[in-house]
Design a protein around this ligand. Structure first.
Ligand code: T1G
Length: 684
């Protein structure tokens, strides 16, 4: 086994360097190794202080999350920290890079903190539905006061070295390890005393904390980790530290076992697995990516252009008419100015980003771009024309991407002489904000084009998920079936506001009908009209609404009424009547539909479709679909995505429901073979 630590002595210092790839996660073996090495230095009369540091980019990413579900082994992190605190010699940490969660807590268990310029400190536990569990909630307030500690604990946002110094977390910032060791040696030789953080008193008064906690509690929507985080920091003012530490540890374990925390751990690992592609090795050489072109200066095109500019990649936007181009470029500038005015980016940054975007009405202006993303009108003949032109002008090796959400990319690729270079990059609106990009591999897409596109997705701050070509790709194909089931339930007897409420109670920010009102009922209507009889189930009520000019929020009327531009709709008796008419015409006797039935039928449609998608090889794994819903459709991370929810409910139950719905409702419920298989395996 590789050595998890490296130890050295240097004058009066005993140095422990963590070196557990990839991120120095504090698994039990690493904890044990540090503890042993520290014991050795404590016993060595030539050593007067221990220095603890990491390697490469990482001090330590914290507890090993893979061990959370496999049972705990001694020494626990709290044991290790207690041992450092009980020692007779000072322990000094040099934070050389990322110190997150338990890594940060390990540093707070030491006497003095030195930072290298690239140090980054955070408590990301909140993103895993938890609070720091190895002393962070008690020791950070002792160093910097409750209010500032609370912000760090409840936002999970990393702070850099200069901010950490300013807050009073560290002694100093030094330019490199050499300088740190020289200075530590000096102080040790001058008789550096022990100074455990746990022995300090929290500065300020507990009243200040209540004021600081108020906005967090208001925004928390009852999230347990936020409530417990506030309670923990409150205790730092009033409770004896050992009592508070015991409470913190117990609370950490309690929260860790909650379904919210399990869901968020699932998403953490699912997002990382999504980057791995079975037949595209991680070391596939990437194509260059130094410049981009965007075809189309509409909402999508300009949003995508900003993604490139945000990542420092120069981008040229092409539009046919000067006026439309100017309009698009103005929208980009305006967006950056608004971000600047809201303090989200500096004035220089706003200017620099806007400066990276240029425009042209001549398609040949993208001839030298490393990638071109097409975002023009959704019609095959238009796409064909654009791709034939791109084929003629673009340099060899350029990636030719389409942002289509509904068209067959294999067919689009046929317009070129280089289908190997063609791929789908399906951004979600608004493209500069939504995290998800579906990277759609077509039949002939080259592996290095896939690898480069996935890497590009990460570089522009997105979460790329690889999918294959089919109608709607992964996300929209699932989401349309979810919406279709909501339509069917409404025809059977449910009302839109009942359906929406079921899903907002479940945790979605908006129900499906409110989403349709926001997106515009005309959008789906036009797509359904263009497809004609290919639509598997008529969205009769939605079509009627669109035909009567009820497009949703933008016309003040859709599934709901929006009096005077209100953003929240109110139920409309006219819609209720229209729904009843549709049911009658279809010969359906309306009946009361329970909330439970609404939840199951809509969610299991997503899940069954998701299994079909994996079964067909359109997506690589069910976790990828959870990543898609959490990052592209605004689903709460605390639910872990639809596929995770199905597993939590029990696949046997899901399969039984789907099978019964297939018998009772119709052929669109045909159970996925993979779902049945996995349900059987789970039940065995
Ligand atoms: N445990 C186990 N594996 C981890 C890990 C961790 N803490 N952090 C990262 N990995 C794996 C990850 O799955 C991936 O694996 C590889 O490392 C590289 O990660 C008591 C209990 C540190 C900023 O929440 O935020 O301490 O896919 O691709 O972009 O209070 O990882 O290659 O097989 O993300 O350079 C708190 C979570 C734990 C940190 C690095 N810590 N990690 O980003 O690489 S709870 C966290 C991150 C805790 C105490 C509690 C990021 C990163 P693979 P990566 P990266």
């Amino acid at each position: 086994m590789e050595n998890l630590i490296d130890t050295q002595t240097r004058g009066p210092l005993g140095i422990i360097r963590m070196q557990r790839a990839p991120v120095n996660a504090l698994g039990h073996a690493l904890r044990g190794a540090i503890s042993e090495a520290h014991r050795g230095f404590e016993a060595d009369p030539a050593i007067r202080a221990t220095v603890l540091t990491g390697n490469g980019k990482f001090f330590s990413a914290g507890a090993d999350i893979t061990e959370f579900d496999t049972g705990r082994k001694k020494p626990y992190l709290t044991d290790l920290i207690a041992r450092l605190e009980e020692g007779t010699k000072p322990v000094v940490v040099i934070i050389n890079g990322i110190a997150y969660g338990g890594g940060f807590e390990l540093a707070l268990g030491c006497d003095y903190i030195y930072l290298l310029p690239q140090a980054r400190l955070a408590f990301p536990e909140i993103n895993l539905g938890n609070i720091p569990g190895a002393g962070g909630t008690q020791k950070l307030p002792r160093l910097i006061g409750g209010p500032k500690a609370l912000d760090i604990i409840l936002t999970g946002t990393p702070i850099d070295a200069s901010r950490a110094l300013e807050l009073g977390i560290a002694e100093t910032i030094v330019s490199d390890e050499e300088e740190a060791l020289a200075r530590i040696t000096q102080t040790v030789e001058a008789g550096l005393p022990r100074r455990p953080v746990r022995d300090l008193t929290v500065p300020g008064s507990a009243d200040e904390l209540e004021t600081a906690a108020e906005p967090h509690l208001r925004r928390s929507r009852g999230a347990m980790a936020v409530l417990k985080g506030v309670e923990a920091v409150r205790m730092s003012y009033s409770a004896p530290i050992d009592e508070a530490l015991a409470w913190e540890r117990d609370t950490f374990h309690e929260l860790n076992a909650s379904s919210e925390a399990r869901a968020q751990r699932h998403i953490f690992f699912a997002e990382r697995s999504a980057r791995k592609i079975a037949d595209v090795p991680a070391d596939t050489p990437l194509r260059p990516m130094e410049s981009a072109g965007i075809i189309g200066a509409g909402t999508m095109g300009t949003g995508i252009a900003m993604c490139f500019a945000n990542a420092g990649i120069p981008v040229r936007v092409i539009e046919q008419e000067q006026e439309r181009l100017d309009h698009g470029l103005a929208r980009i500038r305006q967006t950056y100015e608004t971000m600047r005015d809201r303090g989200r980016i500096s004035a220089e940054e706003a200017q620099a980003r806007a400066g990276l975007v240029t425009g042209s009405v001549d398609l040949a202006a993208v001839a030298n771009a490393d990638i071109v993303v097409e975002a023009v009108f959704e019609a095959m003949d238009v796409k064909h024309e654009v791709f034939a032109k791109l084929d003629a002008v673009c340099k060899p090796g350029a990636i030719l991407a389409t942002n289509t959400s509904t068209l067959d990319i294999d067919k689009i690729a046929e317009a070129t002489s280089r289908p190997r270079d063609v791929i789908g990059l399906h951004f979600f609106s608004p493209a500069h904000i939504m995290k998800l990009v579906e990277v759609v591999r077509a039949r002939k897409t080259a592996k290095d084009v896939i690898a480069t596109s996935m890497a590009l997705g990460q570089r522009i701050g997105k979460i790329p998920v690889l999918v294959g070509v089919c109608d709607g790709f992964a996300g929209n194909r699932m989401f349309i079936n979810f919406n279709r089931e909501a339509q069917i339930l409404i025809e059977e007897g449910a009302l839109p506001w009942q359906v929406d409420k079921v899903f907002t109670d479940w945790g979605l920010a908006m129900g499906p009908l409110s989403v349709m009102d926001l997106a515009g009922l005309d959008v789906g209507y036009r797509i359904r009209q263009a497809r004609g009889s290919q639509t598997p189930y008529p969205f009769t009520t939605a079509d009627r609404l669109a035909e009567s000019g009820r497009y949703g929020q933008k016309t003040g009327r859709g599934w709901y009424l929006y009096p005077e531009g209100a953003r929240r709709g109110v139920p409309d008796p006219e819609v209720e009547k229209l729904i009843e008419d549709v049911s009658r015409e279809k010969g359906i006797r309306r009946r009361p539909v329970t909330d439970e039935e609404i939840l199951r039928r809509c969610l299991w449609q997503l899940v069954n479709t998701g299994y079909q998608i994996v079964e067909e090889g359109i997506a690589q794994r069910t976790g990828d679909l959870d990543v898609i819903f959490v990052n592209g459709y605004g689903w709460p991370r605390t639910r872990g995505g639809p596929m995770f929810y199905a597993r939590e409910t029990g696949l046997a139950q899901v399969a039984a429901d789907v099978t019964r719905f297939h018998e009772e409702i119709g052929p669109h419920w045909k159970p996925s073979a993979l779902l049945l298989e996995e349900a059987k395996a789970a039940g065995a």
